[in-house]
Design a protein around this ligand. Structure first.
Ligand code: HEM
Length: 410
């Protein structure tokens, strides 16, 4: 880096097109940096990010439950009412909770999200990929983002959950609302809250009626399994199922879309790697692991310090927000040889793409399955696939780094 003014280093919205020079600077010179734009400490080294993921006693995931009190301390104005309708969707999903509540809900959710159930879904994923490609085959061109990477993961999760066609817009709108709330909270605030609260009220009413229906007429899907999940007499409440349903779409949608679209972009840029994969499809699982590292579909996650923590000579005071720069950690040369190189033959090494520890991604097997099936099908069905623009544009989203579009011809 030649210039290092605070704004250039701290404005993560501004450099998502290519965040890697900033990541390198931070890892080398300021592994614990106070970011005055995000009011957070930024951690960029693999070992530090891994350490925080592993230590839920000192680093809490409960970053949302106190937001209404913090942002609206008097608690009786209109904004505060909206905030109280929105925040539970973030604070009481698995990712936003600490033990013991997290342990209890995760144990029940794991009963529904079994590896066997995911693997049995492979033919459905293949069918959904084929349908999206069939729709574009004759045109000879498509936008990988809007025609494949975005619709696929949401179709897969909605199918898996057993949400009927007429209910899908409610769940999609509320998963988008979670995303919008997370990314605008610090910068936009109250003007968007009434609209978001309205979306959550609608999805809640819809899902409660669907849950009642699944209780009466059980079907072979994830929502029915959640309704019936039980551990030592404990069950998921109706509110918990509503929140979990929305969160599964939020957690599994843009993340998987980014892996597919950005992953394909990097493969098309690295012809040698693409050819290796084309000639030997058994390399696909290893290639997807390397793409997970190279892409880091989730670039940033937050925690908050429960107590004062000393790291590399910097004191992180109790109560501080901490951003874990997964995208930087996954390219740390202290952990990965030639980290800036895409190498589908890289020996298996743990990455932090799905997190680590008690919050390790519940949908990792599903994300791997979807991306393996998609890349495999693209290589087989579209042997002449090529990009039709020079450089695609990344969205200015510092947490879920993805493309606005990826036009291709075949
Ligand atoms: C490439 C795709 C994906 C990536 C990169 C990804 C990444 C992550 C990461 C980094 C975490 C850890 C969060 C934390 O520690 O705060 C996480 C948690 C989670 N993910 Fe994923 N995810 C992906 C796909 C999915 C899918 C497809 C689903 C489900 C349909 C899913 C459901 C979840 C859930 C429920 C959690 C919370 C687990 C917990 O807190 O116990 N994810 N994911």
């Amino acid at each position: 880096m030649t210039t290092e003014t605070p704004l250039e280093l701290d404005n993560f919205f501004a450099f998502m097109q290519d965040p890697y020079p900033v990541y390198t600077y931070l890892r080398e010179h300021e592994p614990v940096r106070w970011n005055s734009m995000f009011y957070s400490f930024m951690l960029s080294r693999f070992d530090d990010v891994h350490m925080v993921f592993s230590d839920q006693r000192r680093f809490s995931s409960d970053i949302w439950s106190q937001i209404p009190e913090r942002m609206s301390p008097d608690g009786d104005n209109e904004s505060s009412m909206y905030l109280r309708q929105i925040v539970p969707f973030l604070a009481y999903n698995l990712q936003g909770m600490d033990p013991p509540n997290h342990t209890r809900q995760r144990t029940l959710m794991m009963k529904t999200f079994t590896p066997r159930m995911i693997e049995s879904f492979r033919p459905t994923v293949q069918k959904l990929v084929n349908e999206l490609l069939d729709a574009k085959q004759d045109a000879g061109a498509m936008d990988i983002v809007s025609d494949l990477a975005y619709p696929l993961p949401s179709n897969v999760i909605l199918e898996l959950l057993g949400i009927p066609r007429e209910g899908r817009p409610y769940i999609k709108a509320s998963a988008d609302a979670i995303n919008e709330f997370v990314t605008t909270l610090l910068f936009l605030g109250p003007q968007v809250w009434p609209r978001l609260a309205g979306i959550f009220a609608e999805v809640k009413a819809y899902l409660k009626s669907l849950i009642a229906e699944k209780r009466k007429h059980p079907t072979d899907d994830l929502l029915t399994k959640m309704v019936h999940a039980e551990e030592n007499g404990d069950i998921l409440s109706e509110d918990e199922i509503v929140i979990a349903t929305n969160f599964l779409l939020f957690a599994g949608h843009e993340t998987t879309a980014n892996l597919i679209a950005v992953g394909l972009y990097y493969l098309l840029q690295h012809h040698d790697q693409l050819e290796l994969l084309r000639t030997d499809p058994t390399k696909m699982p290893g290639a997807v692991e390397e793409l997970l590292r190279y892409v880091s579909p989730v670039h940033t996650l937050a925690r908050h310090a429960v107590q004062d923590v000393e790291l590399h000579g910097v004191t992180i005071p109790a109560g501080s927000s901490i951003y874990l720069l997964i995208g930087a950690a996954n390219r740390d040369p202290a952990k990965f040889a030639n980290p800036e190189m895409l190498d589908i033959n890289r020996p298996p090494t743990r990455t932090l793409s799905f997190g680590y520890g008690i919050h390790y991604c519940l949908g990792a097997a599903l994300a791997r399955l979807e991306s393996q099936v998609t890349f495999d099908t693209l290589l087989k069905r579209l042997p002449h696939l090529r990009m039709t623009i020079e450089t695609p544009t990344f969205r200015p989203n510092y947490s879920l780094r993805g493309l606005t579009s990826l036009p291709v011809a075949f």
